[in-house]
Design a protein around this ligand. Structure first.
Ligand code: MF3
Ligand code: CO
Length: 255
């Protein structure tokens, strides 16, 4: 476990990556309307990558190599849905859009779940809860807090609404690589906040709660990427890249 702590100057460079990731994500979110395919979103993202002269953090990642520059995760898909011409958004869907890039060798990772057209109150409540859970975790990204404080905040908020948090995927340190130490869980083992590593100034983490309407269990589809809820309940995902500073949390992917 080797945790990197970034200087003020390095954080300023990471912020540039964050703005580009967030700008392109915003464009995709605006485009996520009924009749639009997830491959249309891929095209928007690829154009943005060219325009800003940055590099995809996702394309070719891991094994089997991830085949796209974003993840498009509709309804019961938790994360890592692969963009596809046949996946056309319909009124009432919720779609998690996850996007990461490198700019000047620094990575930024940013995701949001958006409501497509008229979404049921039940599903809007799920999406709102996942966003709120991330906001609560961000507020705790302060020197001297502990990573378990974040996990506890996410878990207790989601569970207070009758939802569950996914255990199989976690947030992560981020910097020169997309995935660095430490892991940032959205839960705690003992249900208590005061556990885990102590947070210090200069730490940069991608916090990414995944909240399921039903049970927390995950199933991976035969493409070896798409992660769906085992019970096929709906799921929502939000992610920001956050720097811990002495002046409080700096959300590098916030526009
Ligand atoms: N935000 C996700 C993560 O941090 C995106 C990874 S998708 C991948 O793991 F294709 F790059 F793996
Ligand atoms: Co991430």
């Amino acid at each position: 476990m080797r945790i990197n702590y970034r200087s003020k100057a390095e954080l300023a460079e990471m912020r540039e990556a964050g703005v580009v990731a967030a700008t392109i994500l915003e464009e995709m979110c605006q485009a996520a309307k009924p009749g639009v395919s997830t491959w249309d979103l891929e095209m928007i993202a690829r154009r943005g990558i060219e325009k800003f002269k940055v590099k995809s953090a996702f394309l070719g990642y891991a094994s089997p190599p991830y085949p796209a520059v974003l993840c498009a995760s509709i309804n019961e898909v938790i994360v890592h849905g692969i963009p596809n011409k046949k996946d056309v958004l319909k009124d009432g869907d919720i779609i998690g859009i996850d996007f990461g890039i490198f700019k000047n060798g620094w990575c930024a990772d940013n995701a949001r779940t958006v409501c497509v057209g008229n979404v049921s109150p039940e599903n809007r409540r799920l999406v709102d809860t996942a966003r709120e859970a991330l906001d609560k975790a961000i507020a705790l990204c302060l020197p001297n807090n502990r990573l378990g404080d974040l996990g506890h905040a996410v878990q207790s908020h989601a569970e207070s609404r009758g939802y569950s948090v996914v255990r199989q995927f976690v947030g992560h340190g981020i910097g020169r690589q997309m995935h660095e130490d430490p892991q940032v869980a959205n839960f705690t083992e003992n249900g208590r906040p005061d556990s885990g590593k102590r947070i210090k100034s200069g730490l940069v983490i991608a916090v990414e709660p995944m909240v399921n309407a039903g049970a927390p269990e995950v199933e991976i589809l035969s493409d070896e990427w798409t992660a769906v809820t085992k019970d096929r309940s709906m799921s929502a995902h939000f992610e920001h890249t956050i720097a811990v500073t002495d002046n409080g949390p700096w959300v590098l992917t916030k526009l």
